[in-house]
Design a protein around this ligand. Structure first.
Ligand SMILES: Nc1nc2c(ncn2[C@@H]2O[C@H](COP(=O)(O)OP(=O)(O)OP(=O)(O)O)[C@@H](O)[C@H]2O)c(=O)[nH]1
Ligand SMILES: [Mg+2]
Length: 398
């Protein structure tokens, strides 16, 4: 479909809505939702998913299963020696998907080599830097001239893979989660769930959730269901929340089971079907990620994580401006009564104005966040003071 056809197709609902209403009192703003819908469909959607977890847990396989793609066909698996040397690399793949006229630019950020290096600090640092760099880029673009066409590469969701062996979260997992939970929406998943019995899955889920709670890790919170939703929807919502961490199975193989072609894993004793809800939580995860909560994940990224980042940036810039101002004052020597405004005075005035603007922005943001009840981290911050409870590993360079 060319752009002219797309334009016509997008215009159609509004025209129909207008014609249907013969009522003389009809003003027309009832079409506002349609207009918003039309505009966003035209613009298309962007979503970035990061997958993190120890090497070999099935991250790439799950991504292929989720998006019915084969993103990793040229992948070469490093040998043991390479793995010891290896640092976590960031592999970014973007694909444009279209479904019923809706375009989605999906970016998957994979982290092969996570947990391979002897030093586990390397693992979280690479991911943390990546998330920060995307925020920085967005912040720069927002303050630039071409604000209308900003590409949103911020990470909207991070699937964190917990190994099926072991008894909950390990040091490596906790370290990663502590460093990133205030920056990105974390959705924990139990990898290779087909290697566990139903009871083992249940026990591991409980352990993981207890570890998350004990360590005060803030994973992605599903929004509350509206009270006027129907009972089926409410039930679905309850089941979804109870499912976390999702126990998933992935496969790149399509098999034939009872005359139907399904993605699955063939074992001597039978087939594990990826999309069978009795075999794994794969469908629940896919529905949540793609059909029901994609927009909410984007909203939380914008309203909570990015706002936190932005507040830190503004606070740092305003501190820097204060420092520069005092330096200028010192350098300008003893106070005297100038007859005309000198360059130094002009600069000082500019700096004062800059500081005032920054502080206004900061106050506005604090008020907005207070109103939405978001981000405890932000509430701990004030200009010139940084949260002491948070690991301050990210350096914000603007
Ligand atoms: N049993 C089981 N095996 C799986 C599953 N998903 C993937 N595998 C297998 O695990 C191996 C590693 O899968 P990958 O998807 O390459 O793992 P990865 O996490 O991307 O690994 P790196 O790219 O090295 O970080 C492959 O042999 C897969 O076939 C699963 O759900 N269950
Ligand atoms: Mg991989």
């Amino acid at each position: 479909m060319d752009s002219y056809q797309l334009e016509r197709r997008l215009r159609r609902p509004v025209v129909l809505a207008y014609k249907k209403r013969g009522d003389r009192d009809y003003i027309g703003f009832a079409t506002l939702p349609e207009q918003v819908h039309r505009k966003s469909v035209k613009r298309g959607f962007e979503f970035t998913l990061m997958v993190v977890g120890e090497s070999g847990l099935g991250k790439s396989t799950l991504v292929n299963s989720l998006f019915l793609s084969d993103l990793y066909k040229d992948r070469r698996v490093p040998d043991a020696n390479e793995r010891i040397e290896k640092t976590t690399s960031i592999e970014k793949k973007t694909m444009d998907i279209e479904e019923r006229g809706v375009r989605l630019r999906l970016t998957v950020v994979d982290t092969p080599g996570f947990g391979d290096a002897v030093n586990c600090e390397d693992s979280w640092r690479a991911c943390c830097n990546y998330v920060d760099e995307q925020f920085q880029q967005y912040f720069r673009d927002e303050s630039g001239l071409n604000r209308k066409n900003i590409q949103d590469n911020r990470v909207h969701c991070c699937l964190y893979f917990v190994p099926p062996y072991g008894h909950g979260l390990r040091q490596l997992d906790l370290e990663f989660l502590r460093r990133l939970h205030r920056k990105v929406n974390i959705v924990p998943v139990i990898a290779k769930a087909d290697t566990l019995t139903a009871n083992e899955v249940r026990r591991l889920k409980e352990r993981v959730m207890a570890d998350i709670e004990d360590n005060k890790i803030q994973i992605y919170q599903f929004p509350d269901c509206d009270t006027d939703e129907d009972e089926d929807f409410k039930q679905q919502d309850r089941e979804l929340k109870a499912c976390v961490p999702f126990a998933v199975v992935g496969s790149n193989t399509v098999l034939e089971v009872a005359g139907k072609r399904v993605r699955g894993r063939q074992y001597p004793w039978g087939v594990v079907e990826v999309e069978n809800p009795k075999h794994s939580d794969f469908i629940k995860l896919r529905t949540m990620l793609i059909s029901t909560h994609m927009q909410d994940l984007k909203d939380v990224t914008q309203d909570v994580h990015y706002e936190n980042f932005r507040a830190q940036c503004i606070s740092q810039i305003s501190q820097q401006a204060i420092r520069e101002r005092s330096k200028l004052k010192r350098d300008s020597g003893p106070a005297y009564e100038p007859v005309t405004i000198s360059d130094t005075d002009r600069l000082l005035l500019q700096k004062d104005e800059e500081i005032r603007r920054m502080q206004d922005m900061l106050t506005q943001m604090q008020e907005r966040l207070k109103a939405t009840g978001a981000s405890p981290m932000f509430r701990q911050m004030s200009p010139g003071r940084q949260s002491s409870q948070e690991p301050q590993d990210s350096v914000v360079n603007v």
